[in-house]
Ligand binder design. Structure first.
Ligand code: ADP
Ligand code: MG
Length: 156
């Protein structure tokens, strides 16, 4: 469950004190997402994956509230770009990737935000931005690779 992030990529590391801080981080990071961006989210249940998706969606101009859907695997939102919130928690076999057309989403021009991305690791494109969320006592550690660490200064 805790696969290392890919080597040779400098990580940006943040620590957020509460859910709102994680939402704000996602919102600020959103401006660095290009059409076709894939954001892979890793971390245990309750780590904050859906929470940071809420921030990304807000930053991308989505007005609807992002929810953690019970049975839906892909939820589409319209912001400045199409935003696809993909949750692979209920995926049982790679055959289901074909069924849901995951590859088409991942290679499209919208932004894909993928929870439990490790289940589709082999389908993720080279430009995937990876975010690992780890529960600390009261806070969350958020490690990001695939984005230029230089943007950290531009996030405030
Ligand atoms: P996941 O999608 O990874 O299962 P969620 O985002 O649905 O996780 O839930 C995260 C839970 O942890 C929420 O109840 C949220 O309020 C809580 N929480 C506490 N601190 C933080 C934090 N720093 N960042 C994100 N969520 C936090
Ligand atoms: Mg979730």
């Amino acid at each position: 469950m805790n696969e290392p992030l890919p080597p040779n990529q400098k990580a940006m590391v943040f620590e957020t004190a509460d859910a709102n801080a994680t939402i704000t981080l996602g919102e600020r990071l959103a401006k660095f997402l290009q059409p076709g961006a894939v954001v892979a989210l890793y971390g245990d249940l309750g780590a904050g994956k859906t929470t940071i998706v809420k921030g990304f969606a807000r930053g991308l101009g989505v007005r609807e509230t992002v929810k953690s859907p019970s049975f839906v695997i892909i939820t589409e939102y319209q912001g400045k770009l199409p935003v696809y919130h993909i949750d692979l928690y209920r995926i049982k076999s790679p055959a289901e990737f074909t069924e849901i057309g995951l590859d088409a989403y991942l290679t499209g021009t919208g932004v894909c935000l993928v929870e439990w991305a490790e289940r589709a690791e082999e389908l993720l494109p080279p430009h995937t931005i990876r975010i690992r969320l780890t529960v600390l006592n009261q806070t969350r550690r958020i490690e990001i690779t695939g984005l230029n660490p230089g943007i950290a200064q531009e996030l405030n």
